[in-house]
Write a protein that binds this ligand. Structure first.
Ligand SMILES: O=C([C@H](O)CO)[C@H](O)[C@H](O)COP(=O)(O)O
Length: 207
């Protein structure tokens, strides 16, 4: 299982500092949506230049203009971009078309999708690299949030998937046991007292 660092910081400087500490322990470096919105796609270029050996993931959460948004992110250096699963099929197909043109991939984020397993199959058939079973920061803050709901849905979907939703050291082994291809960790790394140690421990907990 791959480990993905989600950088929900706001500046290129902070992203470079964080990724510099953590990169050796992760496979994928994600620029979170707030970072892309705040700093722009030049942040993607800066991270790819700093970490050319890593998969750079731009969490665009595209909802429209799939081909155009994906194209500009791939040109900026992204290896993977996200499109929302609630978007129209044509938006997802457009992003995938751009991905094929650049030799890069599209991840479909299932945040807000009711029947995640069914949509996961549909977008995989469209050509998504993998789907993300995702509970966002706002959903995680609600009473009764349970990561296991995502893990159960991911396991049932029968497609390549990642899991994002407050994954941490205590739960990363459960993510792997669910059959996930990628565990996404944001706050579990960037909010730790020692992000490098947190990432190292997460890496050691999975295979
Ligand atoms: O995608 C995310 C969120 O929508 C804000 O951009 C997070 O990066 C993702 O949820 C992973 O972060 P944690 O939940 O803090 O692990």
């Amino acid at each position: 299982m791959k480990l993905q660092l989600a950088m929900d910081v706001l500046t290129v400087e902070d992203a470079l500092e964080l990724s510099g500490k953590v990169a050796e322990y992760v496979d994928i470096i994600e620029l979170g949506t707030p970072l892309v919105k705040n700093a722009g796609l030049s942040a993607v270029t800066a991270i790819k230049e700093a970490h050319p050996d890593k998969i750079v993931f731009a969490d665009l959460k595209t909802m429209d203009a799939g081909e155009l948004e994906a194209d500009i992110a791939f040109k900026a250096g992204a290896d993977l971009v996200t499109v929302l699963g609630v978007a129209d099929d044509s938006t997802i197909a457009g992003a995938i078309k751009a991905g094929k043109a650049h030799g890069k991939g599209v991840v479909v984020d299932l945040i807000g999708v009711d029947d995640k397993a069914a949509r996961a199959k549909e977008v995989t058939d469209l050509g998504a690299e993998f789907v993300e079973f995702h509970a966002g920061l706002d959903e995680q803050a609600q009473d009764g949030y349970d990561l296991n709901t995502l893990l159960t849905a991911g396991k049932a979907a029968g497609v390549a998937f990642s899991v994002a939703g407050g994954v941490k050291l205590a739960t990363v082994a459960d993510v792997q046991a669910s059959g996930a291809d990628v565990a996404v960790v944001g706050g579990g790394i960037y909010s730790a007292d020692d992000p490098a140690l947190a990432a190292k421990e997460l890496r050691a907990a999975i295979s």
